[in-house]
Structures are given as structure tokens and as C-alpha cells.
Design a protein around this ligand. Structure first.
Ligand code: ADP
Length: 391
């Protein structure tokens, strides 16, 4: 099955074409366009390029297109991408302004450019559809809840991949199978002891998710991607009382307050140096106290959420690090795991220091909790889910 995974930004279009089969899949072509003003032109150009390069004989060879949609109003899951998905994205444009409009436009365009292909949307919120009502509810008045204000969670594709891969690495094939088929069959009972995992997706944006037997029990991100762990330039969790106070005291308009919280906060706002953690490592190593505070605040928040899920899961079998900072950040990983031996979390310092950008077990051999580094590959996750849905 040929599956094109479309990554749509507000001014970019990237794609990977996968050949997928039951045994796995491979990327057979990829491309990227920047400064996009019109999706129709670049999508048609990509299809022409794929034919010219002999990858496909005709555009009809593409069986399906997968979209990693972010947040839909009243809709989640892994679903066929038709008018309902577009309406759900349009309904929450104000909450995910950078993400929803490009996907709505891209889905419309692919329906025109590839009328025979099946279009599938995998919402980033899909992984959290089985969390409890209590864990997803904010204590706001009914009228707020009625307009959809609740904890949705994001990075679902990434955390679901971690659910699958960590189960494999823990030798729990039956749980891996449940995790793989989750969007087809839903959660399943497990006869043996439950597999309890905390997944730390630490990248440009970050979130921590608790997973039991392949199913998310909760996550750090909430209503919008502005929440949870401090992000590269977005605030993460903040007391709601701070916003009216800052607006009144600093004389900020709502738009300016929103801009500062979404573009000038997080690691950038704290460090004053950069939104890229590599610059912050360098500044902290050179003695910049604010850069060090940015790192410490990030680590504190990751530990806070890890601890919350450890407790809720009733123990832990694997602690996983993924995405840019998680895969390449021995400093952050060591700080997160510091002094957690009483909880069975024993980091092997040498293995941690040696691991960058590849899959590895970085706990000691005797550690009751496995500490894992698992590279993220969101496009492959998309291709797999689309393949499972359509097979
Ligand atoms: P995005 O969420 O944009 O996909 P990534 O998962 O690529 O982001 O993570 C970006 C973060 O990971 C940045 O802070 C970056 O500094 C960090 N990062 C990426 N590659 C490396 C590396 N090789 N070494 C250290 N940090 C890295």
C-alpha cells in the first residue's frame, strides 16, 4: 500500500511516501516545500515530481494520504478525513491557530488532487480518548465545559509509538499487540501484571504521558499545546490568575499577552538566550544563571509529571525518553533521574552519556525500572496507523 504522509505547516508542505506492508514499511520518496502560499500548486508539483522520478506511474498509484491533525472540536481518533474532520478543525482554529488551518486546507486540496486516494486523519488527541473523565476535566463552570474546555492532550502519535516500542523492549509482546491495535480494538485486558510506562516526549514542544498496558491514563498537556511542561517558546502550565494580573499590571492587551505566552515564554523566555536547548546548555555551562534556571525548571516539571504518573500507575516498569531533547540530552535525562533509586530508577551514567539519537537501554542491568531512549519517527507512526486502519 502506498501511503503519502503530509506534514502541513502554515507556510510549508513536507511529505514522505511510504510503501507499507504487514511486516513493516519503508520511505520510498520524500520532499519539502517552504514559503508555500498555495497548497494546490505544491501538492500538484509533488505529484508530478514523483511521476517524473519514476516513483509512481500515475497519481492514482497513491492509495492513501495520512494527516497528523492536531485538535478537532468534538472529534478525535483515527478517522477518514472528510467534511466532518474539516469542520472539527475549523471549530478549534482559535485554539490551534498555527496547526488547524493548514490541515483543513491541505485535506481539501488532496481531495481534489487525489480523488481516488483514501484520506485519513490521525488526531494528536486520539491517544487520550480512554483517559478518565476526572483526569480530563477542569474545575470550570458548566458553560466553559460546554464549549469544549477540557484536557485533550497532544503528541498522541509519538506517545502511542512509545507504548508499542517500550512493550516490545520490555519483552511484553501481548501488550505491544494491544498498543498496535488500539485504534481498531480499544483497550484490552491483560492477564499478567500490568505494564506501566511513563513516556517523556521532549522536543520543540514537550509532554509527559502515563501509559498502562498500551493505553494512556493521562498526560501533561491540556486544553491547548500551551500547557504542561515548559516548551521551547510556549509557557507550559501557568496559574490562570497570573494572566489577568499581568495584563492589568503591565498594561498588556489580550493579543499581546497571548503572544508573549505563546512566543516569548518557555525555555526562550526563561533563559533569554534561545529556544534551542543546545544554546541553553552552552550558556549554562558558561555560567549563565538564567540559562541554568531554564534547564532546572524544565527538569523540575518533567519530574513533577513523571512522579504523578508513577504514583497513578501504582509503580513503573519503564521510563522512556524520546524526541530531540529526550534522544540527544544526557544532561536532561541524568537530571530527571537524579536520586530516584528509591523508586527503582537506576541510571547507568556511562550508557546515558554515550547515547545520542539512537535506541538504547540506559538503566543499569539491575535497575527494576528500565530507562529507555527511543527515537521518535512521527511520519512512520502516521503511515502505520493509516495502514492498520485501511488494511
Ligand atoms: P520538534 O518538536 O520541533 O520536532 P525536536 O523533537 O526536533 O523538535 O526537538 C527540538 C529540540 O531538540 C531542540 O531544543 C534541540 O536543541 C534539541 N536537539 C535536537 N537535536 C539535538 C542534538 N543533536 N543534540 C542536542 N539537542 C538536540
Amino acid at each position: 500500500m502506498l501511503i503519502l504522509v503530509a506534514n502541513l505547516g502554515s507556510t510549508s508542505f513536507k511529505y514522505r511516501l511510504f510503501r507499507m506492508a504487514e511486516q513493516g514499511g519503508e520511505v520510498i520518496a520524500k520532499g519539502a516545500y517552504e514559503r508555500v502560499t498555495d497548497y494546490a500548486t505544491v501538492i500538484d508539483e509533488a505529484l508530478v515530481t514523483l511521476q517524473r522520478d519514476g516513483i509512481i506511474a500515475s497519481a492514482d498509484d497513491i492509495d492513501a494520504v495520512g494527516f497528523k491533525t492536531v485538535l478537532g472540536k468534538d472529534l478525535s481518533g483515527c478517522v477518514m478525513a472528510g467534511p466532518e474532520v474539516i469542520a472539527a478543525l475549523d471549530g478549534f482554529t482559535a485554539v490551534a491557530p498555527a496547526h488547524n488551518p493548514p490541515y483543513a486546507a491541505g485535506i481539501r486540496q488532496f481531495a481534489k488532487s487525489l480523488p481516488k486516494a483514501r484520506l485519513v486523519a490521525l488526531f494528536e488527541t486520539a491517544f487520550y480518548q480512554w483517559t478518565t473523565e476526572a483526569s480530563a476535566t477542569y474545575a470550570v463552570p458548566r458553560s466553559w465545559r460546554d464549549i469544549g474546555i477540557r484536557r485533550y492532550g497532544f503528541h498522541g502519535a509519538s506517545h502511542k509509538f512509545i507504548a508499542e516500542r517500550s512493550a516490545e523492549l520490555c519483552g511484553r509482546e501481548e501488550v505491544a499487540q494491544i498498543a498496535r491495535r488500539l485504534y481498531l480494538d480499544g483497550p484490552q485486558a491483560v492477564a499478567a501484571a500490568p505494564l506501566r510506562v511513563v513516556s517523556c516526549h521532549l522536543g520543540g514542544s514537550s509532554s509527559v504521558t502515563g501509559i498502562r498496558n498500551g493505553v494512556a491514563i493521562g498526560t501533561s498537556m491540556g486544553f491547548s499545546p500551551q500547557s504542561g511542561v515548559p516548551q521551547n517558546n510556549r509557557v507550559g502550565d501557568l496559574d490562570s490568575g497570573a494572566i489577568p494580573y499581568a495584563m492589568r499590571t503591565l498594561g498588556l492587551t489580550l493579543d499581546e499577552a497571548e503572544r508573549q505566552l505563546t512566543k516569548a515564554s518557555g525555555l526562550l523566555g526563561l533563559s533569554g538566550v534561545s529556544n534551542d536547548i543546545r544554546d541553553i546548555y552552552a550558556a549554562a555551562a558558561a555560567g549563565n544563571a538564567e540559562a541554568q534556571l531554564a534547564l532546572d525548571t524544565l527538569v523540575h516539571s518533567i519530574r513533577h509529571w513523571t512522579g504523578a504518573f508513577h504514583f497513578e500507575l501504582g509503580g513503573l516498569d519503564a521510563l522512556v525518553f524520546t524526541a530531540g531533547i529526550g534522544e540527544n540530552g544526557p544532561i536532561v535525562r541524568a537530571a530527571v533521574c537524579k536520586n530516584l533509586e528509591p523508586f527503582g530508577i537506576h541510571l547507568d551514567a556511562a550508557k546515558n552519556a554515550a547515547c545520542a539519537g539512537r535506541e538504547a537501554v540506559i538503566s543499569t542491568d539491575a535497575s527494576p525500572v528500565k530507562i529507555l531512549v527511543i527515537p521518535a519517527n512521527e511520519e512512520l507512526v502516521l503511515a502505520r496507523e493509516v495502514f492498520r486502519k485501511l488494511s
